[in-house]
Design a protein around this ligand. Sequence first.
Ligand code: NAD
Length: 412
Amino acid sequence: MNLYDLVILQYNQIFDLYKIDEDIKEYLTFPKNEIMVNYPIRLDNGSVKMLKAYRVQHNNVLGPFKGGIRFSQDIYLDEVKSLAFWMTIKCSLQNIPFGGAKGGIKINPYEYSISELERISKGYSEVMYKYIGENRDIPAPDLGTNSQIMDWMTDAYQKKGRTHNCSVFTGKSIHCGGSKGREEATGFGVVECIKLWARKKNIDLCGKTYIVQGFGNVGSNTAILLSQLGMICIGVADHTRCIKSEEGFNVYKLQQHCKEYKNIEKYPYGENINKEDFFSLKCYVIIPAAKELVIVGEEDGNKLNCELVVEAANGPIDTEAETIILNKGIEIIPDILANSGGVVVSYYEWLQNKRCEYWTKKEVLEKLESRMEDTFNLVYEKSKIEKISMRNACYILSIQKIAEKIKRRKLF
Ligand code: NAD
C-alpha cells in the first residue's frame, strides 16, 4: 500500500462524519511544496555518489513548517508527503504554532562511516538552505537520524548563512543548543498516553506486559519509562530480528546494547520468534515504534492479542487492520497524539533558542506532561461522547482549528 493512500483514507473518513467545507478538504489534500534534489557527496574511498533528498512542506497556515528528516533506503515521495501531512495535523492538535513538513535522504545510514554521514548531513542542509529557516521551516530528527546529525546540519546552515542562529533545527545536542528532555520526549509522550488511558480505565499498569517493535530513540525511551512503572517488556523486534522473553527483558541493558551495536541482532538474551508471529504475542500493550504499515490488512488485524495498541511510530496500522482491531474491542492511541511529545519539546527548544533561555529538564518535562494530559483528555472525551475512534477525534479537533483560521483570514 502506498502510504499516501492511507492518509487519504483516514482523512476522507472525517468528511464522511462531519460537515466540513469541501474547499478545506481539497486544500489540505495537497502539500504546498514538494522539493526533490539530487546532490553529490564524496565517499571515503574517493568516489562521488549522488544522493536523493526530499523536503515536503505540507501546510503553514498555523505557523512555519515543522517536521523531521529521516535517513532511509526505502523512502519515497508519497511517504514524505504523508508524514508531512500528519505533522500539520499533529501540530494543530497540540496547539503548537507550526505547520507540517517532513524530509529525508534515500540512504541506509548504517552503511556509511561517521565522516560520510557528516558530509551527507551538511550537504542536505546546504541544498535545502533556501527552503528552511527558523521562521520558514524547522527540521528535526526522525527515523535514522539523531542529535549529532542535527548538530552537523546546524553547522552547515550557520556557515552558509553567516549566522549564529541555531533555532532552524531542533533535536540538537545540549552542547549545540538542544533542549534538555528532547532526547526522551517522544517516548515520554507515548508513556504519558498509556498512563492517562490506564487512569481513565482504572487500571494498574504495574506487572502488565508489552511488546515493542523498534528499539531506537522512541522505542527504547518508551521501554525505559514503562519499566519505571513496573511494566514488563516480553517482546522486542527490529529490522534484524524478533525476540521474546517470558520473564521480561532488562530494557536498560537492551538500550545500552542498541546504542553500541545499532540493533538487537547479537543481543544474547531472549528467544527468537518469526517476524510474522511477533504481533500475535499475547500481552497487554503493543507498541509499534519503528516504521509505517507494519500491521496491515485483515490477517494482521486479527492476529493482535492485547488490550491497547499505542502508535509510537507514524502510520503503523492501515485502515483495514484498524477496523478489525477496534471491532475486537482493542483500543488504539493514534500516532498523531501518541508520538506528539517529540514535536512539543521541539517547539520548546525553538522557543528557548529564540529567547536565549535554558530550561531545566524538570521544567521541560512538566510542561510536556501537562500538555499531553490536556490534549489526551480532549481527544478521549470527544471519542467517548461522539462514539468515534480516538484517531477520528484527533483529526476533527485538529482540522476544525485549521479550518477556522483559514475562514477568518479568508485565505481563498
Ligand atoms: P530510530 O532510527 O532511532 O529507530 C528506529 C528503530 O526501528 C530501530 O530500532 C530500527 O532497527 C527499527 N526498524 C527500522 N526498520 C525496521 C523494520 N523494517 N522492521 C522492524 N524494525 C525496524 O528512529 P526513531 O526516531 O525511534 O523513530 C521511530 C518511529 O517514530 C518512526 O516512525 C518515526 O517517524 C516516529 N517518530 C519519531 C520521533 C522522534 O522524535 N524521533 C517523533 C515522532 C515520531
